[in-house]
Design a protein around this ligand. Structure first.
Ligand code: OAD
Length: 230
């Protein structure tokens, strides 16, 4: 059985990583459009860099939870039959052992050079404008996808959705496209669809089944079901 899992901020919430929309549209006290658009970066690069530097540094204080670990267990059991597509820019899937992970909205622990285009792992701050190790230009930006930009790896994601027998959405509000359109696409290709979320999402009714509760309870239970067979 081929499975595509889409994760959002809700899967990392119990690890202590704040979600986007649960705090009334604010993102750690910032309006999203003040920090997560190319226009904001052009107008106030220091503000945007400082914001992402703080979020990158905060990753040192969080750890994967039982939901991340359950998905890693599932991958260990089914291998290439599972693809995790995450909207999250944290690295908690990787730290729990998942390897088949697509970061459609990029990664906090990576930088992209606006001069030479190279994308590379990056753990340090960017606000002091360090030179790109490849070309030397002081033109690094966080390798995250901002509003108005095209998410990464859409071809690979659509191909996986086309082959999926089961699509599972975990901890995402369904408010941001194209990720939110995955359920319709998967269903149109013939997959069964399941939502695991704290509360019904905007698109809950599009799923064949929706279960409500915290990810650390729902995800391990669902993985146990899959691993115990039909
Ligand atoms: P949101 O903050 O929009 O939604 C988080 C969802 O997780 C909500 O539906 C919550 O009910 C649910 N949730 C919260 N705690 C949970 C828990 N413990 N267990 C299960 N579910 C829980 O985050 P995303 O849907 O990930 O994009 O947001 C999508 C995109 O919008 C982000 O990737 C980001 C943002 O703007 C970009 O930065 C491009």
């Amino acid at each position: 059985m081929r499975i595509v899992v889409l994760t959002g901020a809700g899967i990392s919430a119990e690890s202590g990583v704040p979600t986007f929309r649960d705090a009334g549209g604010l993102w750690e006290g910032h309006q999203v459009e003040d920090v997560a658009t190319p226009e904001a970066f052009a107008a106030q690069p220091h503000v945007v860099h400082s914001f992402y530097d703080a979020r990158r540094a905060a990753l040192r204080d969080v750890a994967p939870n039982d939901a991340h670990r359950a998905l890693a267990r599932l991958e260990a059991a089914v291998g290439d039959d599972l693809l995790v597509v995450t909207q999250n820019v944290d690295d908690l899937h990787e730290r729990s052992g998942s390897r088949r992970v697509v970061h459609m909205h990029g990664e906090l622990r990576a930088a992209r050079c606006l001069a030479c285009g190279v994308r590379q792992p990056w753990l340090d701050p960017l606000s002091h404008l360090p030179p790109c190790p490849r070309c030397g230009a002081a033109a690094l930006r966080p390798d995250v996808v901002w509003f108005g930009e095209v998410p990464y790896d859409m071809d690979r994601i659509e191909e996986a959705l086309g082959e999926a027998d089961l699509f599972v959405s975990i901890g995402t509000s369904g408010a941001v496209y194209p990720a939110a359109g995955s359920v319709r696409l998967a269903a149109a290709y013939g997959a069964r669809t399941l939502e695991l979320n704290l509360e019904p999402s905007v698109g809950s009714s599009m799923f064949d089944e929706a279960r409500q509760g915290p990810a650390t309870r729902l995800v391990p239970a669902w993985v146990a079901e899959v691993l115990s067979g039909p």
